[in-house]
Design a protein around this ligand. Structure first.
Ligand SMILES: [Zn+2]
Length: 276
């Protein structure tokens, strides 16, 4: 399935953390992700018959392409935030690597957290400089939103991140094209923790564990205390269910990745985009 260059777009979350100035429905949004995902899983043989995979020991590179692999990627948006360091400690204690989609203004507030996350093996990715709806900006403004964060991340860890998540999951052909022109892969999500809604850690954990499936990308936000507090339960629950928690780039390297949440740009193993 990997060579099919699928250009499916994950459904937009009902909301993201930052209130949107214009919430009118857009025609380009696709509400059929579940259908696409089901179709994709059917075509790929489906994960339902997969045997549980052992959780990779800390430091090991998980093989998400192996038969029976149950990989899932936890992602944290809108940081780095004051408690991101604490979250890193929790993840590290469980031997879990995650992907952090960082916002430019937060990087300026917590620059050391960028290198801290990277040095501990987590993936640092781009979530725009100011968290706007990119579909409402001019092309030059979109480029500025992306390039500014690439510059900040390069400054902190020495290379350009390969992944970009548009704020609110709002994207269109122009945004996708510009992300590709940067040599980056657009990543949305297909499991929404809805951690912006109730701010109750038990509800967040249930939401993730109920919706978890092999190959999924889970949206969370490290700016919420209740999300941080839900993570230990989520990690324990996913481990008990046989999941291996990986970064998005690690997930993309596997044949069983659910491509409904990524653009069709080629997946780059994390770290391969190390050119300045
Ligand atoms: Zn966001």
């Amino acid at each position: 399935m990997r060579g099919s260059r699928l250009r499916l777009i994950a459904s937009r979350s009902t909301a993201e953390t930052v209130p949107k100035p214009h919430s009118a429905a857009r025609g380009h949004r696709m509400g059929t992700v579940a259908l696409f995902t089901s179709l994709l899983l059917m075509l790929s043989g489906g994960p339902a018959t997969a045997a549980p995979a052992e959780t990779a020991p800390p430091g090991a590179v998980p093989d998400c392409s192996s038969p029976g692999a149950k990989c899932i990627a936890l992602t944290f948006d809108d940081g780095p935030a004051p408690r991101t360091g604490e979250l890193l400690d929790i993840l590290d204690a469980h031997g879990v690597r995650s992907t952090f989609f960082m916002v430019g203004y937060q990087i300026e507030r917590h620059p050391a957290t960028v290198s801290l996350a990277h040095s501990r093996g987590h993936e640092v990715a781009n979530h725009s400089a100011n968290h706007p709806d990119l579909t409402e900006l001019s092309e030059s403004e979109i480029r500025a939103e992306i390039s500014e964060v690439n510059r900040q991340i390069r400054r902190e860890i020495g290379f350009t991140p390969p992944l970009m998540r548009p704020p609110y999951g709002e994207t269109n052909a122009t945004v996708e094209r510009i992300i590709r022109e940067f040599g980056m892969t657009q990543v949305l999500w297909n499991v929404d923790s809805e951690d912006w809604k109730d701010h109750d850690s038990a509800t967040i954990a249930h939401q993730v564990l109920d919706d978890a499936r092999p190959g999924a990308v889970v949206l969370m936000h490290d700016i919420h205390d209740t999300t941080i507090e839900a993570v230990p339960t989520i990690l324990d629950g996913l481990s008990e269910r046989g999941y291996t928690m990986v970064t998005v780039s690690q997930l993309l390297s596997g044949a069983h990745a659910d491509m409904s949440r990524v653009d069709d740009a080629p997946a780059l193993p994390y770290g391969s985009g190390s050119a300045p």
